[in-house]
Ligand binder design. Structure first.
Ligand code: PLP
Length: 512
């Protein structure tokens, strides 16, 4: 009997050990499976902890030094940790790289991060055979509904590798094959240069770029037109309206900047073909993602064919990332990103306008405040670009672009926008560092003008006084002693003005 008991005991003990071993192995297997993100997470955290002094960033796919990613510094900053500001460096205000939103995404790093498994959507198509994530499409409709900037109900949506890709798809889809002459692609000056560059580059038999819309306003030839309407406009931020009318006119509404960061939302746009881009909504220009909202099924199908044959859709990794970003945009009260964007742009405009208000040589576009249905406030547009005009007095025989280049600012020449060389476009959507450097250079430019004005005024007063020599008395609070300086009127120049804190002080002039 005792033997039977002990056998039973051994059996149940062995079973219990086997069961425990099985459970432990299952637990370990599960943990291993659950933790496949750990390595990726550690890598991402390690790179984000590299300090670049607030003037740069290290990236996982950046250059490596001793196996570690190195800092990629903002313009004009250098050194291994980007802490050195390079003197006399050229300030780039040319490209509309919208990195002004980067601080928002740094703050929202946790909610906007994604992990992409090695096996994620390897197929050419989604399981429904399409190239478009239906879920992402739904998010896009929600974003428009929450901002109130476009009607999407009952309309088709198509994705592209940025608005750049969609613009040509739209021109292709709208150009007429039936007409004996190529469809004329036109835009009102000043227009976004890519319209002309892209149309000319593709050199199609079906369409040709034909310049400024106003040249075709009274056309009676029954030509077919595609008018590109950009609102707010790049470069000047104006809410442009279509100019050409009639049955032979088709339109592409480029609404890249119709977001609360840049302009009051006056009403939901409800056009036949509207193009938007992630670059100007969330600032993720590098993700190369845009979308078109289309009324007409035939146009939608032609654009779809273009997309199929040019790229076979937008990268699935991009679509996943965009969806995550839009979730953040829509989260909370769905306003946080827009408030950040609007406040940043408003501050930049207020600083720039303050400096330029002292100038008679340089001015920017004037945009009227309007009621914004999104914020329920009257808001002045805070355009992505300053469309700077140089007065002829400063130009002599140079272009405005050259005038700025002389003070180390690179803008984009007015002539590229179909405008004249008195204009230059300055980008205000770049990083805080870039904007600060731009403002510093503009300040210098205006200080020179203020100084020139003082010299001119002083010279005039002296000429009117008919003196050939003068005695200069500097106020005691300026240099604490009296200057008894006799000099020829003709040699009077800026050197007589002592500099204080970078500004020129006025000297009392008294004659004896
Ligand atoms: C008016 C306008 N349309 C389209 C684009 C192109 O945008 P994306 O970055 O999506 O190609 C830009 C970019 O600056 C733009 O200013």
């Amino acid at each position: 009997m005792a033997r039977v008991h002990s056998l039973k005991y051994i059996l149940s003990f062995t079973c219990s050990i086997a069961l425990n071993l099985f459970l432990v192995s299952m637990f370990i297997r599960n943990r291993c499976q659950q933790n496949w993100t750990q390595e990726a997470m550690a890598e991402a955290e390690a790179v984000s902890s590299i300090s670049c002094s607030g003037h740069g960033k290290a990236f996982l796919d950046g250059l490596l030094l001793h196996g570690k990613p190195v800092c990629e510094c903002n313009m004009c900053y250098g050194g291994s940790d980007c802490s050195q500001l390079q003197p006399d460096c050229m300030v780039d205000a040319d490209s509309g790289d919208p990195t002004f939103l980067e601080p928002f995404w740094v703050k929202n790093a946790a909610s906007s991060a994604i992990v992409i498994a090695g096996w994620h959507r390897m197929s050419y198509e989604y399981s429904d055979g399409s190239l478009i994530s239906e879920e992402l499409k739904a998010h896009i409709r929600n974003v428009h509904a929450s901002v109130g900037n476009a009607i999407t109900d009952g309309k088709y949506i198509i994705f592209g590798a940025g608005a750049t890709h969609l613009l040509n798809a739209a021109v292709h889809a709208l150009s007429s094959k039936a007409s004996s002459s190529p469809t004329k692609v036109v835009a009102s000056t000043p227009y976004y240069p890519v319209y002309k560059e892209q149309t000319e580059f593709f050199n199609s038999e079906d369409y040709k770029f034909n310049g400024d819309t106003s040249m075709w306003n009274n056309d009676t030839s029954n030509s077919t037109f595609i008018e590109l309407v950009t609102s707010p406009n790049n470069p000047d931020g104006h809410m442009k309206k279509a100019v050409l009318q009639g049955q032979f006119v088709k339109r592409i509404h480029d609404l890249a900047y119709y977001w609360p960061h840049f302009t009051p939302i006056v009403a939901p746009a409800d056009e036949d073909l509207m193009i938007f881009t992630l670059s100007k909504l969330t600032g993720h220009a590098g993700s190369r993602f845009g979308w078109a909202i289309i009324n007409d099924e035939a146009v939608y199908k032609r654009m779809l064919t273009y997309m199929d044959l040019s790229t076979y859709g937008v990268s699935r990794e991009t679509q996943l990332r965009v969806m995550k970003l839009l979730k953040v945009v829509l989260s909370g009260n769905g306003r946080e990103m827009y408030e950040f964007g609007h406040n940043t742009m408003k501050n930049r405009w207020s600083k720039l306008s303050k400096v330029l208000s002292q100038s008679k040589r340089f001015s920017t576009q004037k945009l009227k405040p309007q009621h914004c249905s999104f914020s329920q406030q009257i808001r002045t547009p805070s355009s992505a670009f300053a469309w700077l005009k140089c007065e002829t007095s400063i130009l002599e025989d140079r272009s405005c672009y050259e005038v700025l280049k002389e003070v180390n600012i690179t803008g984009r020449e007015g002539s590229l926008f179909g405008a004249d060389n008195r204009y230059v476009r300055l980008s205000l959507v770049r990083s805080e560092d870039d904007f600060d450097l731009l403002l510093r250079q503009i300040n210098k430019l205006v200080s020179v003008e203020i100084n020139d004005k003082h010299v001119a005024t002083t010279s005039t007063i002296l000429r009117q006084s008919n003196e050939t020599t003068l005695l200069l008395t500097a106020g005691v609070n300026v240099v604490n002693r009296t200057l008894d300086l006799r000099m020829e009127l003709e040699t009077l120049n800026s050197n007589i003005f002592p500099r204080q804190n970078g500004l020129y002080t006025t000297i009392d002039l008294s004659f004896n």
